[in-house]
Write a protein that binds this ligand. Structure first.
Ligand code: PMP
Length: 285
């Protein structure tokens, strides 16, 4: 996968895909000093591009480093990558990290901060689940307290338990895992936020210890525009049984209906399908 044609933006310039490498003593590789973004371009235009660039810089600040590029420079880099690769519909991955340098230990103030932007063509994140509803396992790992880790950052360190949860879910034939938080409340999937429907109203976990996704915010706006009540609140696992519909939101996942979480089933209902379809239209507008 690394030995292919294409261009990647690295530290200010476009390099060959196969040459976009880092040294083995990269601080981020050892200590997770890395932040990233997942974005999607539709028809050559990245949906909510500036919000993603701003979040990238914000995530870096939350884990104590500064990205040496402005939002405008990041915007230009992303556009250059799309154009250089001739992509119209693509997933865009921006990443910034503490590189290799004099510091080999935990502290790394003397090492350069580096940044790259790659893009590739990536279809539906959950395969055909868009129509049938994704099947979710329940993870044994809990989203940590914001006092344990800066949980609002889109930082690599927060994804270790996501990868473990998703691998465990896939081994059971599920498409993803639902994670609870450190208090036991329903939190999110491993790379997407979650919504539930009951009696025509929407309930979604309060993002007080996980990412308040850009797609999540977009979908809440769409629901409110339709006059649908949205309750952002703490949700107990016992409540799963009473919800009628469920869907996931995320840049990669877009809006994906959920058919099952553990032993609980949900219908791929009208609201889930309507929101999924409207989101598809909105991102191309
Ligand atoms: N939670 C996690 C853990 C994620 O990785 C993502 C994807 N970035 C989301 C939620 C959804 O965020 P967004 O809608 O901004 O892509």
């Amino acid at each position: 996968y690394d030995d292919r044609d294409g261009k990647i933006w690295m530290d200010g310039q476009l390099v060959e895909w196969r040459d976009a490498n880092v040294h083995i003593l990269t601080h981020a590789l050892h200590y997770a000093s890395s932040v990233f973004e997942g974005e999607r371009a539709y028809g050559g235009r990245i949906f909510e591009s500036r919000k993603h660039s701003e979040r990238l810089r914000g995530s870096a600040e939350m884990i104590d480093f500064e990205i040496p590029y402005s939002v405008d420079e990041i915007e230009t880099a992303k556009q250059q990558v799309l154009e250089a690769n001739g992509f119209s519909d693509a997933y865009v991955r921006a990443v910034a990290w503490r590189g290799a340098g004099e510091d080999m230990g935990v502290a790394s103030a003397r090492n350069p901060v580096r940044m790259a932007v790659a893009a590739w063509e990536w279809g539906a994140y959950y395969g055909d689940a868009k129509m049938k509803g994704a099947k979710l396992d329940i993870s044994k790992w809990k989203r940590p307290s914001p006092e344990t880790i800066p949980s609002a950052a889109k930082a690599a360190g927060l994804y270790m338990i996501c990868t473990m949860s998703k691998h465990s879910a896939e081994a059971k034939g599920c498409g993803d895992a639902l994670m609870f938080d450190y208090r036991g409340y329903v939190a999110e999937a491993t790379g997407a936020n979650i919504f539930f429907v009951k009696d025509g109203e929407v309930h979604t976990p309060l993002p007080d210890c996980f990412l308040n996704g850009i797609t999540r915010q977009t979908v809440i706006g769409m629901l409110k525009e339709r006059g649908i009540a949205v309750h952002e609140r703490h949700i107990m696992p016992e409540e799963l049984e009473g919800f009628e519909q469920c869907w996931l939101t995320g840049t990669a996942a877009e809006v994906t209906p959920v058919g099952q979480i553990g032993d609980y089933s949900f219908e791929v209902g009208e609201m889930a399908r309507d929101i999924a379809k409207s989101y598809e239209e909105l991102v191309r507008r």
